[in-house]
Design a protein around this ligand. Structure first.
Ligand code: NAD
Ligand code: UDP
Ligand code: UDP
Length: 335
């Protein structure tokens, strides 16, 4: 028999905080790709103080150089698998490698980050009465048997495959979030993020958009993994950040899909990158990795209805913005 406890009364300290001018926000994984763009947006609001916690596994201080030394900003080198004692009002919990080559590099560490890391952030949220948002993933749907995927779909995930450290790790993280919510009344938000792209992605992180853009700039063949007919839907990072903030500020726990429903095969993506960035470049096919989902496209009805959110940036508008950033970092200007 399960009883749902009502949320605890706000402590006098927390009530007093309500009248404070500043909102203190923790962003775990804030030195990474999505996290650093989220920090940029949060810092634009003068009432926000932002604390980033990151172990720099896949992130970098360079992504935050614009804020280092700012009076409303703090950067802490810390691994979320260790307990963290600080006082905050909101927690955006992003810390976790997102690219398959990084999350498969040390799969046991990936599980620890997802499970122990999320447990620690929930323990922190419980102690200080903070609201916590988890960036979960479309990978919780696995190789989906329904298309497009809405939030009621339970998924088709291999529990013992090479991607499981990430997929199952995030599934347990979602479970922990809901158990802390039901058992301790913690205010939770869960975003299921679909493939996101934009400036500051790791150039060699092996994901498809970053690979194709770097290859096109370097005049190397675009490597389409077989069969090439598998699909993905790509969301530009500024749209993603808007969706995450709306979810945090809104009244719904989620899970809510956040992604762009525009669906492309990997061959179509390669053709588009070739046409826009380097019409001379070759497209080749190469072996795929195990358990690669064949199709993926978010149903964003819930995000539209509950958050009033939908993506604004089309792939053809986002790719050139990412190309500019990659050219600067690779050091090859437009011809
Ligand atoms: P990223 O790798 O750029 O960022 C992750 C950040 O977390 C990095 O700065 C990394 O150093 C940090 N980190 C990793 N393990 C840590 C640990 N144990 N302790 C402290 N810091 C740690 O990835 P991203 O694309 O910005 O993804 C951010 C979040 O969004 C992740 O939770 C990811 O699962 C989720 N997500 C991303 C996508 C996508 O397409 N980018 C899709 C679905 C979900
Ligand atoms: N925790 C943390 N910061 C806090 C409070 C808790 O990192 O401010 C960690 C704590 O070390 C524990 C986890 O969060 O491992 C879960 O905490 P909780 O209080 O929910 O459970 P318990 O400590 O009773 O296991
Ligand atoms: N992919 C590809 N060429 C590459 C890298 C990836 O064709 O150089 C394909 C991969 O097989 C998958 C899709 O692109 O079908 C998306 O892969 P990615 O690793 O970017 O993200 P995922 O959605 O698998 O997490």
């Amino acid at each position: 028999h399960v009883t749902t406890k009502p949320p605890p009364e706000p402590s006098p300290l927390r009530k007093a905080k309500f009248f404070q001018a500043n909102m203190r926000i923790l962003v775990t994984g804030g030195a990474g790709f999505i996290g650093s763009h989220l920090v940029d947006k949060l810092m634009q609001n003068e009432k926000n103080e932002v604390i980033v916690v990151d172990n720099y596994f896949t992130g970098s201080k360079d992504n935050l150089s614009q804020w280092i030394g700012h009076p409303r900003f703090e950067l802490i080198r810390h691994d979320v698998t260790e307990p963290l004692l600080i006082e905050v009002d909101q927690i955006y919990h992003l810390a976790c490698p997102a690219s398959p080559i990084f999350y498969k590099y040390n799969p046991v560490k990936t599980i620890k980050t997802n499970v122990i890391g999320t447990l620690n952030m929930l323990g922190l949220a419980k102690r200080v009465g903070a609201r916590i948002l988890l960036t979960s993933t479309s990978e919780v749907y696995g190789d989906p048997l329904v298309h497009p995927q809405d939030e009621t779909y339970w998924g088709n995930v291999n529990p013992i495959g090479v991607r499981s450290c990430y997929d199952e790790g995030k599934r347990v993280a979602e479970t922990l979030m809901f158990d802390y919510h039901r058992q301790h009344g913690i205010e939770i938000r869960i975003a299921r993020i679909f493939n996101t792209y934009g400036p500051r992605m790791n150039i060699d992180d092996g994901r498809v958009v970053s690979n194709f853009i770097a290859q096109a700039i370097r005049d190397e063949p675009l490597t389409v993994q077989l069969p090439g007919t598998q699909t993905r839907s790509f969301c530009y990072v500024s749209d993603m950040v808007d969706g995450l903030i709306r979810l945090m500020e809104g009244e719904n726990t989620g899970p809510i899909n956040i992604g762009n429903p525009g669906e492309f095969t990997m061959l179509e993506l390669a053709e588009t990158v070739k046409e826009m960035i380097n019409p001379e470049v070759k497209i080749i096919t190469v072996e795929n990795t195990p358990d690669d989902p064949r199709q993926r496209k978010p149903d964003i009805t819930k995000a539209k209805e509950l958050l009033g959110w939908e993506p604004k940036v089309k792939l053809r508008d986002g790719l050139p913005l990412m190309e500019d950033d990659f050219r600067k970092r690779i050091g090859i200007p437009r011809k």
